[in-house]
Design a protein around this ligand. Structure first.
Ligand code: MG
Length: 230
């Protein structure tokens, strides 16, 4: 595949969000004895589900950023029968600890370097401006591109066509010549396909892949992406 432009997703494509989230929850769980009424797994599973639903509501504009940040901890505690007087403090500490655990996905940095030597690149991410800008800084992504599309800054999230239309304009290339590399089938692959882009799906976080879920290229190890683009 010889594209003219390559866009990358950020969370769970370049940055290992899932591990950072898990590590932060383990630290929070240890620091607040009231959480230890339930097992750490029960805590994580309940939080994950509540956070997932809140993100869907945020995507539809039903809750704002502040409500999302507040509710994901207080609702988890309420559901588990834990008194939630410390939920705001826990939420704020969580964000601090989460940031401490940001690391590249295995092989992603080397792959990005190689791809960026050959092609112009850019980055598209769903998330909050402040957090995502910090991630960009931490990973040093400004050295590869000055094109960063952050959902909170434009008011809609992937897979909304507006995100991909804007990214197409920014790339200065034809839709069919753009490759999008991402981990989320519903946000990245569907969004990219609908925009007329090519898609490379990073599947390492997938438990199972359904037959109808396809992309132009699937990979679970970054050297394979480099080979694909060589
Ligand atoms: Mg992602």
């Amino acid at each position: 595949m010889i594209p003219e432009f390559v866009y990358f997703d950020l969370d769970n494509t370049l940055l290992d969000h899932t591990t950072a989230e898990e590590e932060a929850h383990k630290e929070i769980y240890q620091a607040y004895p009231e959480l230890q009424k339930v097992s750490v797994n029960e805590w994580l599973q309940t939080y994950t589900e509540i956070n997932r639903v809140l993100w869907l509501q945020y995507q539809k504009g039903e809750v704002d950023r502040h409500e999302l940040h507040r509710s994901r901890f207080s609702d988890t505690m309420a559901q588990l029968g834990i008194r939630n007087g410390h939920s705001e403090e826990i939420g704020a500490n969580y964000m601090q600890i989460y940031r401490k655990h940001w690391h590249w996905i295995d092989g992603a940095k080397e792959a990005l370097e190689k791809v960026a030597e050959k092609y112009p690149v850019g980055f598209i991410t769903n998330g909050f401006q402040e957090t995502q800008r910090k991630k960009i800084e931490m990973l040093g992504l400004e050295q590869y591109s000055d094109i960063f599309i952050i959902s909170e800054e434009i008011g809609v999230m992937k897979p909304h066509s507006k995100v991909f239309d804007l990214a197409t304009d920014e790339s200065g290339t034809e839709r069919s010549q753009i490759l999008y590399v991402g981990d989320s089938y519903s946000s990245d692959i569907i969004g990219g396909k609908n925009a007329g882009w090519k898609t490379a799906w990073y599947t390492a976080f997938m438990d199972e892949i359904k037959e109808e879920q396809t992309a132009d290229f699937l990979f679970d190890q970054f050297p394979r992406l480099v080979d694909y683009l060589s």
